[in-house]
Design a protein around this ligand. Structure first.
Ligand code: PMP
Length: 282
């Protein structure tokens, strides 16, 4: 079952207008929320980011936070898997024709469904993944979790064809993020992360990694990171709600550091898994 505009319907019965602006223009925003043992992780943070994305595109929030939480929990309850990935999107709905100005009134489309969450297993974390660098040719509001994902689609396909998992994006010589992840750099025992700006998504995992660094006294700095620093890094990680903390061991065919996952990736992954376990017990 999936949730669509106030109803739970079977997947095959879920119908959206061909004139939905999500379909015609990518005019909407989304969230992906990880669920462990049927409990959504960092749900309040995801709802807050959803509210920020909606506000940024001038789309009235159709539900207050407590209603979003109830809807998401209802979708989780309908699914058979214990670990899930909840996908949620809100579009500016349909008008009876294709026209750019906002429809008056706007009747948003709300879609929520959940699939099995598959996070990297121990073997994948131990092996790490390969990545390619790529020019960040996206727009200048990458802080909005927008449905316009054509750049991501093209970049991830480019990576896949080269046997890689992610692309590491640079804009004007500076690290921004991955196509669908944030990127961390380790140099000389210090965890480095680019500062939040309109050029990257404020990742929920990014925030948690930095919180864990603070809480556990891990040396870190949030500052702009130049491309040569990424190429000379001791460690590189991609982080996201579904990939968690995943080491990148090769960039453009060159080994990152020693060419295998480094000690800080392992330390932060342990802290992350412990944090998750503690939250899930509460
Ligand atoms: N940047 C981009 C462009 C993304 O698509 C994602 C995945 N949502 C992230 C960063 C990581 O964000 P989060 O940790 O909230 O999943």
């Amino acid at each position: 079952m999936i949730y669509l505009n106030g109803e739970f319907v079977a997947y095959q019965d879920a119908k959206i207008s061909a004139f939905d602006r999500g379909c015609l223009f990518g005019d909407g925003v989304y969230e992906v929320i990880p669920v462990y043992s049927r409990r959504p992780f960092r749900l309040a943070e995801h709802v807050t980011r959803l509210e920020a994305s909606l506000a940024a595109i001038g789309l009235d929030n159709p539900h207050p936070a407590d209603e979003w939480i109830r809807l998401i929990e209802a979708v989780i309850a309908q699914q058979t898997f214990d670990d899930q990935s909840v996908y949620l999107h809100v579009t500016r709905g349909a008008a009876g024709y294709r026209d750019f100005p906002f429809p008056q009134p706007t009747q948003p489309t709300v879609l929520i469904f959940s699939t099995e969450l598959v996070t990297p297993d121990a073997a994948q974390k131990a092996a790490g993944v390969r990545a390619l660098s790529h020019a960040d040719f996206r727009w200048l509001r990458c802080d909005i979790k927008s449905l316009n994902l054509l750049p991501t689609v093209l970049m991830r396909e480019h990576a896949r064809r080269a046997g890689c998992t992610e692309v590491v994006l640079f804009r004007d010589g500076w690290l921004s993020e991955g196509a669908a992840s944030n990127i961390f750099v380790v140099k000389d025992g210090v965890v480095l992360a680019p500062p939040k700006s309109q050029l990257m998504l404020p990742g929920i995992t990014y925030d948690l990694v930095l919180e864990l660094c603070v809480a556990h006294g891990v040396a870190h700095a949030v500052r702009p990171i130049a491309e040569p620093e990424v190429r000379e890094a001791d460690e590189l990680w991609m982080t996201s709600s579904t990939k968690e903390i995943l080491p990148i061991v090769e960039l453009d065919g060159q080994a990152v550091g020693a060419g295998r996952p480094g000690p800080l990736a392992a330390q932060l992954d342990t802290l992350y898994q412990d944090f998750k376990a503690r939250i899930m017990r509460q």
